[in-house]
Write a protein that binds this ligand. Structure first.
Ligand code: BGC
Length: 352
């Protein structure tokens, strides 16, 4: 098998611009498909322990679904992953009002966030990888954010069954930035994800109120349903009699990663599906990771001839902590002119 990248037309934007789907293949025959619309990952075909490929990524069949209530399937998220309370923050003495698209709060960059934008795409092939360079200029004032933000995201499918995602951004005014990818996975390619076994390298997490805004403290996971320091079935404690589980309708929480070195690319989480033996590792340089157990999926969410029912997929989204622009004790998410925002994450597939 040779490393390759090909392209085809997936559909069209309402204004007629074509949406292109890029197919990346590596030397093992692993296949990843990505759109220039929202940088959406539409397919990820990886082997089980017998070498049988299946598509472990959840996606829709058409452009209209991605421009509707897409639940951020597979997409690049920006300018700010997760929530900003009351869709507002104060920076350098000035208050900014963002698009409120989640009750009173701002979620994943707003209704017209990066996930709905058509990105400029360039492809590359090296002896060991196939990739896509996506660029998007987020204009000053877009969704309420200050400054023109020039964003580049590089997707690279490597020979070792790793999909690496490198983010870069620069700005001409101070602005919050917190970019990630929002792929939904089901390593069995069907059914629910309650039997998947999850490990998260986190000793602490950020509890939330009943509209999923962090309370600001970082309590230990020890003795709670949030202790994934050793592998646990996702379903084992998902309906526990626990206020945090109730506030998240299951798991919908940011975990504080136990980093060996700040800013290093380290293993954050591992998920193993025991029947197929497929394993997903999520690597990141970020200080946190959102574990979302697909609580808001339901029978009306359909794609690829399947219904994406309640808890039929999970997301592990590397990120800075939610609501950081309003939480002075959290690591800063402010990017200033002259600085460069860079962060690398990876989805790596093995079996076990
Ligand atoms: C959030 C969930 C939200 C979901 C959107 C996750 O990152 O934490 O609360 O419903 O994205 O599909």
């Amino acid at each position: 098998m040779q490393t390759s990248i090909t392209e085809s037309t997936f559909g069209h934007m309402p204004d007629g611009r074509p949406v292109t789907e890029y197919t990346l293949t590596n030397v093992n025959g692993m296949i990843v498909k990505i759109l220039n619309l929202g940088g959406v990952i539409t397919e990820i075909h990886v082997p089980d322990r017998d070498g049988k490929l299946a598509d472990v990524n959840c996606s829709f069949d058409d452009v209209a679904s991605y421009l509707g209530d897409s639940q951020y399937f597979g997409a690049l998220i920006g300018r700010y992953g997760n929530r900003i309370a009351n869709a507002s923050f104060t920076l350098d003495g000035q208050q900014y009002q963002l698009d409120a698209n989640n009750g009173a709060n701002h979620l994943h960059g707003g209704l017209e966030g990066f996930h709905r934008r058509l990105w400029t795409a360039e492809t590359f092939v090296t002896p060991k990888s196939a990739g896509l360079i996506l660029s998007y200029l987020s204009a000053d004032g877009e969704q309420g954010y200050p400054g023109n933000l020039e964003t580049t995201v590089i997707y690279e499918l490597r020979a070792d069954n790793e999909l690496r995602i490198a983010f870069h951004a620069i700005t001409d005014q101070a602005t919050p930035v917190n970019l990630t990818n929002h792929a939904y996975f089901n390593l069995a390619a069907g059914g629910d994800i309650l039997g998947h076994e999850l490990t998260i390298h986190a000793d602490h997490y950020t509890p939330i109120d009943d509209v999923q805004i962090p309370l600001g403290d970082l309590p230990p996971v020890a003795g709670t349903p949030f202790d994934f320091r050793s592998a646990q079935a996702i379903g084992a404690r998902i309906d526990a009699d626990d206020e945090q589980i109730r506030n998240g309708f299951g798991y919908d929480h940011n975990f504080v990663l136990a980093k060996k070195a700040e800013g290093a690319l380290e293993l954050a989480a591992r998920v193993r599906e025991p029947v197929s033996g497929r394993v997903l590792e999520v690597w990141t340089q970020e200080p946190g990771i959102q574990f979302y157990s697909g609580n808001f999926l339901g029978d009306s969410v359909k794609g690829k001839g399947r219904i994406y029912g309640h808890r039929s997929a999970f997301c592990l989204e590397p990120q800075h902590f939610p609501d950081s622009p309003n939480q002075p004790a959290f690591p800063s998410t402010i990017l200033r002119p002259g600085e460069e925002y860079t962060t690398v994450m990876a989805y790596k597939f093995t079996t076990g």
